[in-house]
Design a protein around this ligand. Structure first.
Ligand code: CP
Ligand code: NVA
Length: 309
């Protein structure tokens, strides 16, 4: 996908629907191709620097193995060991890393840090989760929905839980794909106001229906896809107790799902907490596609890496 070369991946807001569809299509091909060709050296000799300021299982392992499968190399960089962790400016880090690597991936709390890094780096920068967005997750989510439902356009997706990073990116991706989307959050856990405006604009642009409600029952009514995420994201751990109270009634369980389409799929970016945001019966049951979703991080990111690097 030559038109994506050198593109930063910060929010997906600047990707057209066509570019997203092309990426998903490429991810499907790479996934199929991997069965007969474990290494497809599209990025031979190229390196990806991966800065992780927060914990990760899926993102780290999928990016690292993805680079290997593309014939390249990934470096795990922890601020605990880097000078950035001792106060070296983001600007200097961006400029210096650009002299060594062909792409930079970063997971950090502040979205502004990723923007600053991208502004100074000469190589493409990938947001691997901030407090505001999780674009790589959303790409894998669309791939997963397409695999299980055979299409995207016209489906109804419901996100129930915290109006967080994953919710923002999931809604953006679904609306761009022409899906109907509803978001149910407890009062006080609405999405970021500025980001919500962007989400509304995306819905308008793609003539896709978008609803924000405080009723999980309303959101899941007739849904083809039900999505949730943790109630307390990284950085909000001290609010866990308060959030457990505030989110009561927002658990995805058998009772709530009775209002969904009978062949709905259940999605969760993981890590999950059984008995909190989702019942064991749902996440371990027949509607759950969470492990396919986790696997698809690999294929979707390989498509992204091959395109931008
Ligand atoms: N879904 C996701 O990003 O998982 P990790 O935090 O394990 O990377
Ligand atoms: N919303 C969660 C997602 C983790 C992959 C967090 O930010 O911690």
């Amino acid at each position: 996908l030559n038109n994506l070369k050198n593109r930063d991946v910060l929010t997906l807001l600047d990707f057209t629907a066509e570019e997203m569809h092309d990426l998903i299509h490429l991810a499907e091909s790479l996934k199929e191709d991997k069965k007969s060709r474990p290494v497809y050296p599209l990025l031979e000799g190229k390196s990806l620097g991966m800065i992780f300021e927060n914990a990760s299982t899926r993102t780290r392992v999928s990016f690292e193995t993805g680079m290997t499968q593309l014939g390249g190399h990934a470096l795990f960089l922890s601020p605990r060991d880097m000078q950035i962790g001792r106060g070296e400016p983001v600007k200097d880090t961006a400029n210096v890393l650009s002299r060594y690597v062909d792409g930079i991936m970063i997971r950090t709390n502040s979205h502004e840090t990723v923007e600053e890094l991208a502004a100074h780096a000469d190589v493409p920068v990938i947001n691997a989760l901030t407090d505001s967005y999780h674009p790589c997750q959303a790409l894998a989510d669309l791939l997963t929905i397409k695999e299980h439902k055979g299409k995207l356009k016209g489906l109804k997706a419901a996100f129930v839980g915290d109006g967080n990073n994953v919710a923002h990116s999931f809604l953006i991706a679904c609306l761009k794909a022409g899906m109907e989307a509803s978001l149910a959050v407890p009062k006080g856990y609405e999405p970021d106001e500025e980001i919500w405006k962007e989400i509304e604009k995306t819905a308008e642009h793609h003539q896709a229906s978008l609803t924000l409600t405080h009723s999980p029952q309303e959101a899941v009514q007739g849904a083809d896809v039900i999505y949730t995420d943790v109630w307390a994201s990284m950085g909000f751990e001290e609010e866990q107790g308060a959030r457990e109270k505030d989110f009561s009634g927002f658990q995805i369980n058998e009772t709530l799902c009775a209002d969904a389409d009978s062949s709905f799929i259940f999605m969760h970016c993981l890590p999950a907490h059984r008995g909190e945001e989702v019942s064991a019966g749902i996440i371990d049951g027949i509607h759950s596609v969470v492990y396919d979703e986790a696997e698809n991080r690999l294929h979707a990111q390989k498509a992204l890496l091959a395109s931008i690097m």
